[in-house]
Design a protein around this ligand. Structure first.
Ligand SMILES: [Zn+2]
Length: 531
């Protein structure tokens, strides 16, 4: 049976840009558009030309993309003609393949928000689609508040969708703008619309306010919709948009969808999706969601010893899909709960395979348990675990010694009369017989220490030049009579590799120092730095 085509429409650069704390530069937008192209989405909605300088300049020139580049904007304003609406003019002037209009489709919103008549809103949809078609663009119409509108006045919501379709819109997109609709409602309402407008002209745009944007999207596909709108990592206002990073693997790997539909994402591109998801987090300077389905660090992680031994025999026992299909990897957590199977498998994965009866295996397990009892967390700190194992096997060279360090924090009144706090660190390092002293200022003591430590490592400097700290997490643990601090540091390098290290101490600077040192030494080990 011939498979039907499902189209993917990405709105990370438009709806995703509404995320609290996200501010894309033009360079960010171009980089993300390239990632989306690499993934194989069909449409990239890049912004709202005329609404802000970045979006205007994005659309000022032709951007070479495989995906259809889409500009977003409003239908003509009530009471104006299409030829006399500056917003619409900016949209038509944009260098884009397609134009996506947002149109009201709820009678309530037409009355309260737009303050115009139902007829005028229909004419506005009609005129705007007509103008964009005349300009040679493919047209999409996002029917805003479609589901809520349908529940209030089904006939009017359908009339808006029909107006767009009859004027020649390629896609009529049904939006759950407030994100409150549930999957069974989406399925029923999309089904009603698809009885009037063929589903291969119907799209779904779901928001995640009841954490069902992905479920709502799949419900719409079941009911007949053939375009899916969403964002990378579910970025978006409030609770986000439908997450394409979860939807794409589901469409490709679950037979209910994979047997019926084709999408533009190849198997090879699917195997890059974890990397692309993390690359977006890096670009936004955010820590990746460890529990993200398919791509999260924990998505294929197992902590229980019994599960682990079953997974080693037959991965399908505890995995719903093979992690490598989405570019992720199986991880058997090494922790005080873990048995020898996890440890054995983890050592094998990092290339330190030991014989099952090797006494060093028991010693390492003991060591892990002892250290976790005082606060270390190796399941979260893969690189520190690897170093612990390597040290036990005598496989970590002594690259350098930190002979001493000194960190101070000073608060003073600056020249402008403002109170400022500055930190300064001095580090004395010995590399071979060479003593190196570095000092650095930072916005906090750990930052200063990190900068000083990495400022001059002599012959090793070139190996750590691409090292970057991407996340820093502190937790106070209340064990026994005194509190201890656990620091987890996530680092990345120029090759896009990520690793996490841990330090534990009653003193936060000392805990941070341990984690920083592990990160640097790990990088040297991985780079094959000579001793
Ligand atoms: Zn939206």
């Amino acid at each position: 049976m011939a498979r039907e085509r499902l189209y993917l429409f990405d709105t990370t650069l438009r709806d995703g840009a509404q995320t609290n704390g996200v501010d894309f530069t033009l360079a960010d937008k171009l980089a993300i558009a390239r990632m989306l192209d690499e993934l194989g989405v069909d449409y990239v909605e890049a912004g709202y030309p005329g609404a802000n300088p970045i979006d205007t300049s994005f659309f000022a020139e032709r951007r070479p993309l495989r995906a259809r580049l889409t500009a977003f904007g409003m239908t003509r304003r009530p009471g104006r003609s299409a030829s006399n609406d500056p917003g619409l003019a900016a949209l038509l002037a944009a260098e884009a393949d397609a134009i996506c209009f947002v149109a009201k489709s709820s009678a309530y919103h037409v009355r309260v928000a737009l303050e115009t008549s139902e007829e005028e809103n229909l004419r506005s949809i009609h005129d705007s689609v007509g103008a964009a078609k005349a300009a040679g663009r493919e047209v999409l119409v996002d029917c805003e508040h479609f589901f809520d509108g349908y529940k209030g006045d089904a006939a009017y919501a359908l009339a808006c969708a029909r107006a767009a379709y009859e004027e020649g819109a390629r896609w009529v997109v049904l939006c759950d703008t407030n994100g409150g609709t549930l999957p069974h409602e989406v399925e029923r309402i999309v089904g009603k619309l698809c009885a009037e407008i063929s589903g291969d002209h119907v799209g779904i745009h779901a928001h995640n306010d009841t954490e069902q944007a992905v479920a709502n999207t799949l419900a719409a596909v079941r009911a007949g919709a053939r375009q899916i709108q969403g964002t990378l990592n579910g970025l978006g206002e409030r609770c986000g948009n439908a997450n394409l990073v979860s939807i794409i693997p589901t469409l490709k790997l679950k037979s209910e969808y994979a047997d019926r539909f084709d999408i533009g994402v190849s198997d090879d591109a699917l195997a890059q999706i974890a990397r692309i998801s993390h690359a977006l987090d890096d670009l936004l300077n955010r820590a990746a969601n460890r529990n993200a389905p398919y791509v999260g660090e924990s998505a294929f992680a197992t902590k229980t010893g019994i599960h682990a031994s079953a997974i080693l025999k037959e991965p399908a026992t505890y995995e719903h899909v093979a992690p490598e299909r989405v570019g992720n990897k199986r991880k058997l957590l090494v922790s005080d709960q873990s048995g020898r199977s996890n440890l054995f498998a983890e050592l094998e994965r990092i290339g330190l395979a030991l014989d099952k009866d090797d006494p060093r295996l028991s010693r390492l397990l003991e060591e892990v348990k002892e250290r976790e009892a005082i606060g270390y967390a190796y399941e979260a700190a893969d690189a520190s675990f690897e170093l612990l194992a390597r040290r036990l096997l005598g496989k970590v060279p002594r690259y350098f010694d930190v002979e001493k360090f000194d960190v101070n924090v000073e608060q003073r009144i600056d020249a402008r009369g403002e109170r400022v706090t500055v930190s300064m660190a001095v580090v004395k390092v010995k590399v071979d017989d060479e003593e190196l002293i570095s000092a650095a200022e930072g916005n906090g003591p750990v930052n200063a220490l990190d900068l000083a430590l990495r400022k001059d490592l002599g012959k090793y400097q070139s190996y750590i030049a691409g090292l970057e700290l991407t996340d820093y997490r502190v937790r106070i643990l209340n064990g026994g009579t005194e509190a201890v601090t656990r620091v987890l540091i996530e680092s990345a390098d120029e090759g896009g590799e990520h690793w996490t290290t841990v330090g534990v101490s009653a003193n936060i600077i000392d805990a941070s120092f341990q984690a920083l040192m592990d990160s640097i030494v790990y990088k040297l080990v991985r780079s094959g730095a000579p001793t």
